[in-house]
Design a protein around this ligand. Structure first.
Ligand SMILES: Cc1cc2nc3c(=O)[nH]c(=O)nc-3n(C[C@H](O)[C@H](O)[C@H](O)COP(=O)(O)OP(=O)(O)OC[C@H]3O[C@@H](n4cnc5c(N)ncnc54)[C@H](O)[C@@H]3O)c2cc1C
Ligand code: FES
Length: 353
């Protein structure tokens, strides 16, 4: 899979001509054209996109990384596919974060705007066909992973034993509610409840309160022996794990908010980073993720989520000690791999780049 955003300094002439003959073709990977956008809630939009090259098959709940430019700077963000696999057009639903780079790009984007796209990656899946209950638990933009599962289950006619609990502050922020209520009306075995943390419930499908011991009783579906997929901010998925660990048979979680990277608890120093493929050696600080240190040196290593999730920045390490900044654990073992986005050097390092 290739998703290099930075173009090489030199462009062969055939790149130019092929681009003219086939608008949308890019020598740097697949692209997708924005074909329409729809409001999904007060602060979210669904974007329909047509990839230039058809995506390989994906599983409900998988993500794509998107490359885009704001003020001449290139960025990447990941979004979950909310359309069904097999469709030529794909959809994502984006919550517009105030001051966010992708939100800025979206405010300027017109139909026809292009984004670079990766292949589908990651995602959670139900793995226990015999579980008495399959529970989806979502907060905020985590609903995108849940709606992908619900739509796929509805298409297969497998909504029995499936439940969805969805947390938002106010109902105006909630996406897909009419669709979910229509499914609930058609398939009584499918249970859906919207939890509001900032206003009072006003309908039968609504309940009040953050996820805690008290709201457990209001969950749609019983967690006893259930398989649970939870998606939302880091604190939310941690609470799901803490509250349901005893009862559930399996819990898989995913967070869309970046992990908090710890500052190593040793004084920062400069060390040598040897890049074995290119033969370069750089001096880098020990308190900076390797990906950021390489970018500061003008290099463009392949990467995706920058959160230690997608594995696209994984690189083999030949020697040296690196630290995983998510838990400050030191890894002295040679001939292993590391994720550039969440690892820092503790000693001189040699990596396969
Ligand atoms: C695997 C994966 C799947 C994702 N799927 C979706 C999806 O389907 N729909 C969706 O809307 N988002 C999704 N996200 C989050 C998305 O990638 C972006 O992080 C988010 O849209 C913000 O991007 P931005 O460029 O607008 O903001 P940024 O420029 O990255 O951030 C601007 C400000 O907002 C804060 N911020 C960043 N991300 C969030 C967030 N998620 N919630 C609250 N504050 C934040 C930052 O701390 C910063 O202060 C997913 C993330 C991952 C890792
Ligand atoms: S960029 Fe996704 S794991 Fe590092």
């Amino acid at each position: 899979m290739s998703f290099a955003l930075a173009p090489p300094p030199f462009r062969p002439a055939w790149h130019y001509w092929r681009g003219l003959l086939q608008p949308g073709w890019s020598p740097y990977g697949n692209t997708a054209r924005l074909i329409r956008r729809e409001a999904a809630s007060a602060d979210s939009e669904t974007l329909w996109l047509k990839p230039f090259e058809r995506l390989r098959d994906w599983q409900p709940g998988q993500h794509l990384s998107f490359g885009f430019e704001v003020d001449g700077r290139r960025f990447q963000r990941s979004f979950t596919l909310t359309s069904l696999p097999g469709q030529r057009e794909i959809a994502i639903t984006v919550r517009k974060v105030a001051g966010g780079r992708f939100a800025d790009w979206l405010s300027e984007a017109r139909d026809g705007a292009r984004l670079q796209i990766s292949e589908p990656w990651g995602g959670m899946a139900f793995e226990m066909p015999d579980a008495p209950q399959r529970m989806l638990m979502a907060a905020g933009s985590g609903i995108t992973a849940a709606i992908a599962q619900v739509r796929a289950a509805a298409e297969r006619g497998q909504l029995a034993g499936l439940s969805l609990a969805y947390w938002v502050r106010e109902r105006a922020e909630a996406c897909f509610v009419e669709e979910l209520r229509a499914l609930q009306a058609r398939f009584p075995d499918f249970q859906f409840r919207l939890f509001l943390t900032g206003e009072a419930p006003a309908a039968a499908h609504e309940a009040e309160g953050r996820l805690d011991e008290a709201t457990l009783a209001a969950l749609p579906g019983s967690p006893q022996g259930a398989e649970v997929l939870a998606c939302g901010p880091t604190g939310f998925v941690a609470r799901v794990e803490a509250l349901l660990r005893e009862a559930a048979a399996r819990i898989a979680t995913e967070s869309f908010t970046p992990p908090v990277l710890r500052v190593p608890d040793v004084p920062a120093a400069a060390v040598q980073l040897t890049l074995l493929k290119s033969g370069r050696t750089l001096s880098i600080p020990t308190d900076t993720p390797l990906l950021a240190a390489l970018e500061a040196a003008g290099l463009r290593p392949e990467h995706g989520c920058r959160q230690g999730l997608c594995g696209r920045c994984t690189c083999a390490k030949a020697s040296g000690v690196h630290v995983d900044l998510r838990d400050d654990s030191a890894h002295p073992e040679a001939s292993t791999s590391l994720k550039l986005c969440v690892s820092a050097a503790r000693t001189d390092l040699a990596i396969d780049l």
